[in-house]
Design a protein around this ligand. Structure first.
Ligand SMILES: Cc1cc2nc3c(=O)[nH]c(=O)nc-3n(C[C@H](O)[C@H](O)[C@H](O)COP(=O)(O)O)c2cc1C
Length: 181
C-alpha cells in the first residue's frame, strides 16, 4: 500500500479479532514507531506488548485498581483487554533535558503510536488508540511496572477488524486550514 493511501484512509476499529500481526509484521510495525520524530533524540518512549493470557491479567489489573461501582462495571473492566488479540501500551518515561519539555516527549510518543497505527493499516490489520481511566491511574501504571511519573499515552489495540473499515470521514480542508501573511 502506498504511503499516502495508508495515511489518508486509516480508520480505527473498535472490535478486533485474531489474527494479530505475525512476529515479523510486529517488528515492522515497531520499526515504524521508532522512526517518530523525537526532539533531542531522547527516546522517551517504551512499548509494552500484551497478548494471550497477559490480556486477562491486564483486565484483572483494571478491575483491581479502577474502583468499579458495580459487578457489571467490574466485568466490563475484566473483559476490556479481550477486545483485541494484541495491545501495545505506549508509555513516556520523561527525561530531563534543558530544551525538551515533557509535552514534547509526549508528542514524540504520540507520533510513534500514530506511525504504528498507519503501519498496522498498511499491513492489512487495524487498531484503535484508547486511553480512558486506565491510562491515568497511578495504580495501573505501577502494576504494569512503570513509575507514577511516567505517562501512559495510549493503549493501541491491534488485530483484524470484524467488519469492513468504516468509511473515512469527510474532512473539509478549509474548515481547519488558513493562510497567514
Ligand atoms: C490520545 C487519544 C486517546 C483516545 N482514547 C480513546 C478512548 O479511550 N476510547 C475511544 O473509543 N477512542 C479513543 N480515541 C479515539 C480513537 O482512537 C479513534 O481515533 C476514533 O474512534 C476515531 O476514529 P478514526 O481514528 O478512524 O477517525 C483516542 C484517540 C487519541 C488520539
Amino acid at each position: 500500500m502506498d504511503a499516502l493511501d495508508a495515511l489518508q484512509n486509516r480508520t480505527a476499529s473498535p472490535r478486533l479479532v485474531e489474527p494479530a500481526p505475525s512476529q515479523d509484521e510486529l517488528q515492522e510495525i515497531l520499526k515504524a514507531g521508532l522512526r517518530a520524530p523525537d526532539h533531542g533524540m531522547l527516546r522517551p518512549w517504551h512499548f509494552l506488548l500484551i497478548s494471550g493470557e497477559g490480556r486477562e491479567k491486564l483486565g484483572q489489573v483494571f478491575a483491581a485498581n479502577l474502583e468499579p461501582e458495580s459487578e457489571q462495571e467490574k466485568e466490563k473492566l475484566l473483559n476490556s483487554p479481550l477486545r483485541a488479540p494484541l495491545i501495545i501500551v505506549a508509555v513516556t518515561r520523561f527525561k530531563e533535558h534543558p530544551k525538551v519539555p515533557n509535552i514534547e516527549q509526549v508528542c514524540a510518543t504520540a507520533a510513534a503510536v500514530q506511525n504504528m497505527s498507519v503501519a498496522i493499516h498498511a499491513l492489512g490489520y487495524s487498531s484503535i488508540w484508547r486511553t480512558g481511566k486506565a491510562a491515568f491511574s497511578t495504580a495501573v501504571k505501577e502494576a504494569l511496572g512503570f513509575a507514577a511519573t511516567d505517562e501512559i499515552v495510549g493503549f493501541l489495540y491491534v488485530g483484524t477488524p470484524t467488519f469492513a473499515d468504516r468509511p473515512v470521514p469527510e474532512n473539509k480542508i478549509e474548515d481547519y486550514v488558513s493562510t497567514w501573511g
